[in-house]
Design a protein around this ligand. Structure first.
Ligand code: PDD
Length: 286
C-alpha cells in the first residue's frame, strides 16, 4: 500500500510527492533531518528531536517553514494517515529550491525552505539483532568537522555501512586521531564491569537524543558513566559494547574488528539498558 507523505504543506501519496531538481538538499546536501521513533503509535523523545532540529537549523542559518508545534501535528497526522504503530518518522528541511544552481545561499525572503516528512514501518522492539548483537569494524572518520549538526551529508556513513557489509560485519565505528567518535548512524559505548564509557559531546559527534536518555537511565540505575574518548584497543578489551540511536534504541555489539567481546553474546548491561529504555520511552511517549 502506498504511503501518505508530507511535502511543503500537502499530504500526498508517495508516488506524487516531488521536490525540484534545484532543491539545495539535492544539489548541495544543504539540509538537516531528524528521525523519531514510534512505538504503539506514539512518538518517542519528540521534544529532544525538536530541540536538536532547531539547533541544527540555527547553526546553519536556516529556518523551518512551520513552528515546532505544527511539526508535532504533522508527525501525528502521518502516524494516523499511515496507521503506523511501530517504526520511524523521517523529517528533512532544506534551504529550498532557488531558480538556479548557485553556491551562495538564496534569499530566504524569496526562497522557502523545503519540508518533507514520511513514515517508515519497522519492528523496533522485536529485533533479531537485539538477540544476537552486532559485529562492527573500525574505519577512519573522514567526515566534516561539524558532526554535531544533523545534516543530510550521509555519503561517508553510507560508504561505512558498505565497508562493514563487505567485511561480513553489520556496521562500522569511526576512528579519528586514535579514538572512536561514533557509529555510522549511532553513538558508541563500551562497558567494563559497571562502568559505561562513551565519547564526550563536542563537534566530533552527533548529540544523540537516545544517548541523553540512556545515560540518564544508566545513572539512575547506579551504573557509572564516563564521557570520554576511548580507542579501538580499549574497546576490544571491554566486557561488552553497544550502540544507541532512534532506530535501534540500545543495540548490543558483540565483536569489534573480528575480536569477540566477553562470550560473544549480548552483555547484561546492554540488555538491561535496552529494557529500561523501551519501558521508560513507552511510558513517556506522546
Ligand atoms: N541516526 N550519530 C549519528 C552519526 C547518527 O546518524 C545518529 C542517528 C546518532 C544517534 O542519534 P539519535 O539517538 O538522536 O537517533 C548518532 C539516525 C537514526 C539516522 O540517520 O537514521
Amino acid at each position: 500500500m502506498s504511503r501518505t507523505v508530507y511535502v511543503n504543506g500537502t499530504y500526498l501519496p508517495e508516488e506524487e510527492a516531488k521536490v525540484s531538481v534545484f532543491d539545495r538538499g539535492f544539489l548541495f546536501a544543504d539540509g538537516v533531518y531528524e528521525v523519531t521513533s514510534v512505538l504503539d503509535g506514539k512518538l518517542i523523545d519528540f521534544p529532544g528531536h525538536a530541540r536538536r532540529l532547531q539547533r541544527s537549523l540555527d547553526e546553519l542559518g536556516m529556518s523551518s517553514p512551520v513552528g515546532m508545534d505544527v511539526l508535532l501535528t504533522i508527525h501525528r497526522d502521518l502516524i494516523a494517515k499511515n496507521d503506523l504503530s511501530e517504526g520511524m518518522i523521517y523529517l528533512q528541511i532544506t534551504r529550498g529550491a532557488p531558480s538556479d544552481r548557485d553556491f551562495v545561499f538564496p534569499d530566504p525572503e524569496t526562497t522557502q525552505p523545503t519540508l518533507v516528512l514520511f513514515t517508515q514501518a519497522k519492528g523496533l522492539i522485536d529485533s533479531p539483532a537485539a538477540r544476537t548483537g552486532l559485529k562492527v569494524i573500525s574505519i577512519d572518520d573522514i567526515r566534516w568537522g561539524r558532526r554535531d549538526i544533523k545534516t543530510v551529508q550521509l555519503l561517508y556513513p553510507s560508504m561505512g555501512k558498505m565497508m562493514a557489509k563487505a567485511a561480513g560485519a553489520d556496521d562500522a565505528w569511526m576512528v579519528e586521531n586514535g579514538f572512536v567518535t561514533e557509529g555510522t548512524s549511532n553513538n558508541a559505548y563500551i562497558v567494563s564491569g559497571n562502568r559505561i564509557v562513551t565519547r564526550n559531546l563536542g563537534n566530533e559527534i552527533l548529540h544523540g537524543i537516545t544517548r541523553a536518555a540512556v545515560l540518564q537511565f544508566a545513572r539512575e540505575a547506579q551504573m557509572e558513566v564516563e564521557e570520554r574518548p576511548f580507542s579501538i584497543d580499549e574497546a576490544k578489551e571491554a566486557d561488552e559494547a553497544f550502540i544507541t540511536s532512534a532506530s535501534t534504541f540500545v543495540m548490543p555489539v558483540v565483536a569489534i574488528d573480528g575480536v569477540s567481546l566477553g562470550d560473544g553474546t549480548p552483555g547484561p548491561v546492554a540488555r538491561r539498558l535496552r529494557e529500561i529504555y523501551i519501558e521508560q520511552s513507552r511510558k513517556a511517549a506522546i
